[in-house]
Design a protein around this ligand. Sequence first.
Ligand code: PXP
Length: 245
Amino acid sequence: MTTRTIRLGVNIDHVATLRQQRGTSYPDVLRAAQLAVEHGADLITVHLREDRRHIQDADVEAIRAHVAAPLNLEMALTDEMLTLAEVVRPDWVCLVPERRQELTTEGGLDVLTAQDRIRAAAARLRAAGIRLSLFVDADPEQIQAAAECGADAVELHTGEYADASDPQQRQAVLQRLAHAASQSQALGLGVHAGHGLTLDNVGPIAALAEVTELNIGHAIVAEAIMRGLPRAVADMRAAIDRVLD
Ligand code: PXP
């Protein structure tokens, strides 16, 4: 019997994507966060992007105020975002690289070149009682630098693993992730992972002994659409038919 647990962080960015696409008040992002927690999410993860393309400041504030589960705020390393974090006080901040034109976060943070700025950010966040994780590739130098910056955890980028179509290539990436996970734990860092994880590919990542948290969004929101569509269509059919009766 294993006593190992893995926290599931449900990333609800793409509920907000659907809302922003039309500028409607639905789907309700706060309700999505509450439903996720009611059904097994251990924490809620949101990425407040500088361009505010999905999650808005008001979403972060509402989730912080009305959702009992811990909040993990993904954000870029900017003064604006650090100040916002100090006000909202999420349980965790996960620093991610951000490029405006990208569809999603494309690579890990370059901790090596931003070490001084990250160390300063870590001190600010620690003073506000916020724990810090750094979204990094499975690269020994980046992980060493993360530990030296005073981060509490790394979040290992699983995008390359998820994208690998060739089984051998996927196995090679998994090996790198396994080494990165054990290196991180040996350095005293918490080991989180995420990006591109689905029902089909999450198993080998969850099986890495050091992993304590997974952050998963796109695939959960996509699956929710498929599972919810029959009910949504039936409800609309009934609403129309009611006036015809
Ligand atoms: N973790 C981090 C740091 C991310 O930037 C993202 C994407 O916002 C995720 C996890 C979730 O990735 P996905 O939506 O592909 O599950």
